[in-house]
Design a protein around this ligand. Structure first.
Ligand SMILES: Cc1cc2nc3c(=O)[nH]c(=O)nc-3n(C[C@H](O)[C@H](O)[C@H](O)COP(=O)(O)O)c2cc1C
Length: 319
């Protein structure tokens, strides 16, 4: 987007752009968020901060709270189901980090989280969703937003009920992933429910699910009227989608430069774990080049940063 006008507002916060990197555990860390913001993603949302077992939170959770001021507006995503604990934790996070937004996770489909009625499991308890949104929105001046699915399963598609509850209890934006909890990531995401919700509420609606190309961005916007599009898995292979480029339009030297920068930034945030954590990105970035298996295996099992970088240089020279 080249316009100086915001695409939409989350309460009073202007959002410049209509593409947003989806929060993804193990993916949307500070370096990846920063680089996607640079390429055009309009908002940073943290990986979920699971406080169901607060006493068990470890360094990995704290790493999830690393962000740079240039990432603002920055949203911290809360994963919990206890309205009182959520307010307490959010107060602590607000005092130390001053995020711009708190987001409530109602989308996580993992068994462990769902069996405890958190993540997408929260959608089974609309009254609890209301209490969580009321509690947070009465406590904070910053916007509270929600990310949800279509419902628990095909027999319980209560996205419309939850969308209204979010709005009626002070929520200022919602993102809808067009699948049920039961579907997890299977099947094709449905976009019609996003259109239904957009037509029914007065807060911004973000469409999410299976956006894989610049053409998909146009389609989901045209079909749903959503205010912005959230892109998850495909962005791992093609973060340039936030600049509205399909992957085949991106030159190898551009890919190489981005990989080098991201690796350095991941080492700065994750220290000795940085290279291992970078592997899934490396695999995704290199996937269009159809490298031979031995070359790929050598690269992706390399444990030493300097050797990895040399091998990577060789790979790009060979293309
Ligand atoms: C590896 C992975 C981790 C995810 N972690 C989160 C998370 O922390 N919070 C969240 O709300 N959604 C999470 N999601 C869901 C995504 O935000 C998104 O809703 C989903 O992947 C659908 O979008 P896509 O088809 O563009 O990938 C995760 C998805 C993946 C694949």
């Amino acid at each position: 987007m080249t316009s100086n006008e915001p695409s939409f507002k989350i309460d009073e916060i202007p959002i410049y752009g209509d593409l947003i990197l989806a929060p993804m555990e193990g993916i949307s860390d500070a370096p990846f968020r920063a680089l996607t913001r640079h390429l055009g993603s309009a908002l940073s949302v943290s990986e979920f901060i699971n406080t169901l077992n607060l006493s068990h939170s470890k360094i990995s959770v704290q790493n999830r709270l690393v962000f740079q001021d240039s990432e603002r507006p920055f949203s911290i995503q809360l994963l919990d189901n206890d309205p009182v604990r959520m307010v307490e934790i959010a107060k602590m996070l607000y005092d130390t980090l001053q995020p711009d937004i708190f987001d409530v996770n109602m989308g996580c489909s993992s068994k462990n989280v769902n069996s405890r009625g958190a993540g997408a499991g929260l959608m089974r308890m609309p009254k609890l969703v209301a209490r969580i949104f009321r509690g947070l929105s009465h406590t904070f001046d910053i916007p509270i937003t929600g990310k949800l699915r279509l419902g628990d399963n095909e027999d319980n598609l209560n996205y419309m009920e939850i969308a209204h509850i979010i709005e009626e209890n002070g929520g200022k934006m919602l993102a809808l992933h067009g699948r049920t909890r039961q579907q997890a990531f299977k099947g094709q995401a449905r976009w019609e429910p996003i259109a239904e919700v957009k037509a029914a509420v007065n807060i911004p609606v973000i469409g999410n699910g299976d956006v894989r190309s610049v053409a998909d961005i146009a389609s989901i916007k045209a079909q749903t009227g959503c205010d912005a599009v959230m892109i998850g898995r495909h962005a791992v292979q093609n973060p340039w989608i936030f600049s509205r480029l399909d992957r085949h339009e991106v030159q190898p030297q551009t890919v190489h430069a981005l990989m080098r920068t991201q690796l350095q930034e991941m080492l700065a945030v994750h220290y000795e774990k940085g290279l291992r954590l970078f592997r899934k990105f490396a695999r995704a970035y290199l996937s269009p080049y159809k490298l031979s298996r031995p070359v790929l295996v050598d690269l992706l099992t390399c444990e030493i940063v300097e050797e990895f970088s040399e091998q990577l240089d060789q790979v790009f020279k060979s293309l």
